[in-house]
Design a binder for this molecule. Structure first.
Ligand SMILES: [Ca+2]
Ligand SMILES: [Ca+2]
Ligand SMILES: [Ca+2]
Ligand SMILES: [Ca+2]
Length: 463
C-alpha cells in the first residue's frame, strides 16, 4: 500500500468519523428538541387544563352565588381557590367573593370622597375628576388636555367614565405604586419581596406592613339597584315620594299592600300614613325615621321601597352606592361627614351583629337603618342616599391549578347578578403576577394532596 493510499484511507476514516459525530450530535439535539417540545406541549396542555378548571369554577360561581365553599375546591382533577384580599390582615390568606359595592366607585365619588382614600392627594383626586368629567376645564389641581397632549407619548384626556381600574394608570400622577402599593402580586399578603426595601421588586418601605394602594378600595362596577333591576321582577317596588292627590289612591294602597306582607293590616295602615303625611323623603334613612318603623319592620320592607324615581331620569342615583355591611374602614371614611371614630363604631356594631346572628336576613344588618343605632341623626341622614345593605356586582380572584400541579392560571372575574343568568363584566388574566398562594400549597398539589389535606378550614359545603 502506497503512502498516498494510506493517507487517503486515513482521511476517509476521519471523514466517516466526523459524519458519525455530526449525525450523533444531530440525533442528540433532535432528541433534546423533541423532549423540549414534548415538555412544552405538556405545559401548554396543563395551562389549558388550568384555564378550563377556572372557567368551570366561574360557571359554578355564577350559578351558585354566595353559597360557595371556601378554601381549596376540587374540580376537574385540579384545584381552584377564590383568593380574597382582607384589607385588615396582611398575614393570613382569606377566601371568597368580594362585593364590588363595598368599594368606592371612581365614576361617582366626589372630589372630597376620593381625597379620603389611602395615599390620595388633592392633585391625584382632581386628576381623576378631570379625566372622567366631560368638560376640558381643569380643576384647581387637576389635569386636562393641556397636560396629556404635552407628554412625550401624548394621548387625549378621556372626558368619560372609567371602564377599568387599571385605566387610572393613564391619569396624571398614577403609577403602579399609587394603584397597587407594595402588594405587587395583589394577594393581600405581605410577601418577602414586598418587605425588603429595594433589594427586590417592588420597592417598599420595609415597615413590616403591607401598603395596598387604592386598588382594593375602588371600583367602576357598582350600580344602585333600581326597580327594573330587582332580583325578582314580579316584586313591586313602591316609590314612597310619588305625589298623591286623591284620597285612597293606588300608590298609597300599593304601599299598604307591600307593608302588609310583613306586618298586620292595622300596623301597615299606620306606617303608610306616617310615610304619606311626611313626604317628601330625602333618602332611605329619612324614610326610616319618618315611618317610625322598628329596625326589624324596616329590614323586612326596605328593598321594596324607594325614595327616587325608578325611571332612570336621575343620573345621581344610577351610580354606585356603598355597601355599609361589607365596606372596609378605608371606604366607610369616604362617606360624607363621617370621621374615623364613626367608621370604627360602624365596624364594631357590624362585628357584633354578625356574631349575634349567623343568618344575615334575620340580623339587623339586613337593612341600612342600623346606622341610626351608631351615628347621630344628622350624620345618618347625610349618608342615607349613598348606602345599601345589598350587592349585585361581585368580583372573584380565581387561582386554578391543573391536575398534578404542572400549571396554574389566575383570573379576576367581575360579574353582575341583576340579570339571569349573571353577566360577566370582566374576565382578566392575572397569571403573569406569579403564584399568589403559599409555595407549599403548590408542592402539596404536586405531591398528590387531597382536597381535605389542602383545606385549612373544615366547614365547607359540597361543590
Ligand atoms: Ca375633563
Ligand atoms: Ca403580596
Ligand atoms: Ca422590595
Ligand atoms: Ca410596607
Amino acid at each position: 500500500m502506497s503512502r498516498s493510499m494510506r493517507h487517503q484511507r486515513g482521511a476517509a476514516l476521519i471523514v466517516a468519523l466526523l459524519v458519525v459525530v455530526v449525525l450523533a450530535s444531530l440525533v442528540l439535539s433532535m432528541t433534546r428538541q423533541m423532549r423540549i417540545e414534548a415538555l412544552a406541549a405538556r405545559n401548554l396542555e396543563a395551562s389549558a387544563q388550568a384555564r378550563a378548571i377556572a372557567q368551570g369554577a366561574a360557571a359554578a360561581i355564577l350559578r351558585w352565588g354566595e353559597d360557595l365553599p371556601a378554601d381549596a375546591i376540587a374540580i376537574g382533577g385540579g384545584y381552584v381557590w377564590m383568593l380574597h384580599v382582607d384589607t385588615t390582615d396582611d398575614q393570613e390568606y382569606t377566601w371568597g367573593i368580594t362585593e364590588e359595592n363595598a368599594k368606592l366607585n371612581l365614576n361617582d365619588a366626589t372630589l372630597e370622597m376620593l381625597e379620603d382614600l389611602p395615599g390620595m392627594t388633592t392633585q391625584l383626586a382632581s386628576s381623576i375628576i378631570d379625566w372622567r368629567d366631560t368638560d376640558s376645564d381643569p380643576q384647581a389641581e387637576g389635569a386636562e388636555n393641556d397636560y396629556y397632549t404635552l407628554l412625550d407619548d401624548p394621548y387625549p384626556v378621556k372626558n368619560a367614565a372609567l371602564e377599568t381600574i387599571e385605566e387610572l394608570l393613564l391619569v396624571r400622577g398614577f403609577t403602579a405604586m399609587e394603584l397597587y402599593g407594595e402588594d405587587a402580586n395583589r394577594n393581600g399578603i405581605l410577601d418577602p419581596n414586598e418587605d425588603d426595601g429595594d433589594a427586590s421588586d417592588p420597592p417598599d418601605n420595609e415597615d413590616g406592613k403591607l401598603d395596598l394602594g387604592i386598588f382594593p378600595f375602588v371600583t367602576v362596577y357598582s350600580k344602585a339597584t333600581t326597580a327594573e333591576q330587582s332580583d325578582d321582577s314580579t316584586q313591586q317596588i313602591v316609590n314612597v315620594n310619588r305625589a298623591s292627590n286623591r284620597a285612597g289612591d293606588d300608590d298609597t294602597q300599593a304601599l299598604v299592600d307591600v307593608l302588609k306582607e310583613s306586618m298586620d293590616e292595622d300596623r301597615a295602615i299606620e306606617v303608610a300614613q306616617n310615610i304619606v303625611s311626611n313626604r317628601p323623603h330625602r333618602n332611605i334613612i329619612d324614610l326610616y325615621y319618618k315611618s317610625q318603623m322598628t329596625l326589624e319592620e324596616f329590614g323586612a320592607v326596605e328593598t321594596r321601597l324607594t325614595t327616587t324615581s325608578t325611571q332612570g331620569n336621575n343620573a345621581q342615583q344610577s351610580g354606585g352606592v356603598i355597601n355599609i355591611n361589607k365596606a372596609p374602614r378605608e371606604v366607610l371614611i369616604t362617606l360624607p361627614g363621617l370621621e374615623e371614630a364613626d367608621a370604627d363604631a360602624m365596624i364594631s356594631y357590624r362585628a357584633g351583629s354578625e356574631n349575634d346572628s349567623q343568618d344575615e336576613t334575620s340580623s339587623s344588618l339586613s337593612s341600612v337603618a342600623w346606622v341610626t343605632q351608631v351615628l347621630d341623626r344628622e350624620k345618618a341622614l347625610s349618608i342615607g342616599g349613598m348606602i345599601t345593605a345589598h350587592s349585585d356586582q361581585h368580583s372573584v380572584d380565581l387561582v386554578a391549578v391543573s391536575p398534578g400541579g404542572r400549571a396554574f392560571e389566575r383570573y379576576r372575574l367581575v360579574y353582575d347578578t341583576t340579570t339571569a343568568p349573571a353577566k360577566i363584566l370582566l374576565w382578566q388574566r392575572l397569571t403573569h403576577l406569579g403564584w399568589p398562594l403559599d409555595r407549599a400549597v403548590l408542592d402539596q398539589v404536586r405531591d398528590g394532596a387531597t382536597e381535605k389535606e389542602l383545606a385549612t378550614s373544615t366547614d365547607r359545603g359540597e361543590f
